[in-house]
Design a protein around this ligand. Structure first.
Ligand code: PMP
Length: 347
């Protein structure tokens, strides 16, 4: 049985009266003279504050994602949304969260910044997790469980049945990071939002949408959860240029689908070619736009590649990733440059 949202929310946040910006108050009114926000009347269009609730963008997004706008939070990257869930739900020095390990590093950084205990549960050797093990790590102070599917850095989808078990059995909120879901065959859990009141799905414009530079992340959840995130966000957290670029991208939906198709083909090509390299010991199957590879000596190969002007991610020092490199799928030319350089590796 999921706890009530009031039980799960920090008491100060539950009571919080949000900042009301000038632009919140006249919502819907048509006016031509704006003397309310202490803006400079010159230098249009950059002189005006942007829409604090990103209405136009959310309306478009809601059509593509098939989720109504009240179920969408937009932030300065999904990193902002991840930080806000700690600030909304976890009391510093008292509450804790549970996460799979290894996974995306920002969950722990946000936990540490917010002084919230971060409990890690090691994945199995095949990079899957057991819902029972995760649930066993929770106690009455566990507010959030973090799952990432496809997982970074391992690249694989987590088992749907185990995710569902967590959603059914955990009393707190389940954070499901789907940053890489566009590259996977697995359907998004967005379709399940109505079924699970404790589900929060994170997605981003930084990967499949090709917009890491504009910093736009999404959280999808019940209206009640989204209202809490909106209450504590900075008033104008998504700037005007970002909103405009995102709207332009949403109109180019077809192009994104083509990129994703190409990147998946490139991923399969690159992994197949890696299999033939003497320095590659084990390739891990990927459902994302990157893959993990175990090599003969990750530190040496990483440094060799840097010397050749090629940067991959050295994951040698993280759990279960001894001697592993994480390789992002690039263009065919970039991928072939990497392959040709590794073929010349003297080690
Ligand atoms: N989640 C995962 C799993 C990621 O790997 C990343 C980026 N590396 C993010 C979230 C961050 O996304 P954003 O750029 O939207 O902050």
């Amino acid at each position: 049985e999921v706890k009530t949202l009031q039980e799960l929310t920090r008491p100060n946040i539950w009571k919080l009266k949000p900042y009301s910006s000038a632009r919140d108050e006249y919502k819907g009114v048509t006016a031509s003279v704006f003397l309310d926000a202490n803006e400079n009347p010159y230098n249009t269009p950059h002189n005006r504050y942007p829409d604090p609730m990103q209405c136009e963008l959310k309306t478009l997004l809601s059509k593509i994602k098939k989720v109504s706008p009240e179920h969408i939070f937009l932030g300065n990257g999904s990193d902002e949304a991840i930080d806000l869930v700690f600030r909304a739900f976890c009391e510093p020095g008292k509450d804790n969260v549970v996460a799979i390990d290894p996974t995306y590093g920002m969950y722990q950084v946000c936990a540490d910044v917010n002084d919230v205990e971060y409990r890690k549960v090691l994945l199995d050797d095949d990079f899957q997790f057991s819902a029972d093990k995760l649930l066993a790590a929770t106690d009455e102070h566990t507010k959030l469980i973090f799952l990432c599917s496809p997982n970074n850095p391992t690249g694989n989808d987590l088992l749907r049945s185990e995710i569902e078990k967590i959603l059914c059995q955990f009393e707190g909120l389940v954070m499901l990071d789907e940053a890489y879901n566009d590259f996977s065959k697995a359907p998004s859990f967005l379709e399940e939002l109505d079924k699970y009141p404790n589900l929060v799905v994170f997605q981003t414009f930084s990967k499949a949408w090709g917009c890491a530079a504009i910093r736009l992340g999404m959280a999808f959840a019940s209206k009640e959860i989204i209202d809490i995130l909106n209450k504590i966000k900075y008033p104008y957290n998504v700037n005007q240029l970002t909103q405009q670029q995102a709207i332009a991208m949403l109109h180019k939906h077809d192009e994104i689908e083509r990129w994703v198709k190409t990147l998946k083909e490139e991923r399969d090509h690159l992994e197949a070619e890696f299999e033939k390299l003497p320095c590659a010991i084990k390739l891990f199957p990927s459902d994302a736009n990157f893959f993990l590879v175990k090599v003969t000596d990750a530190v040496k190969i990483y440094n060799y590649l840097v010397g050749e002007g090629i940067i991959v991610r050295n994951r040698h020092n993280i759990s279960l990733c001894c001697n592993c490199l994480r390789v992002t799928v690039g263009t065919r030319v970039e991928n072939n440059t990497l392959l040709a350089t590794l073929k010349k590796y003297p080690g």
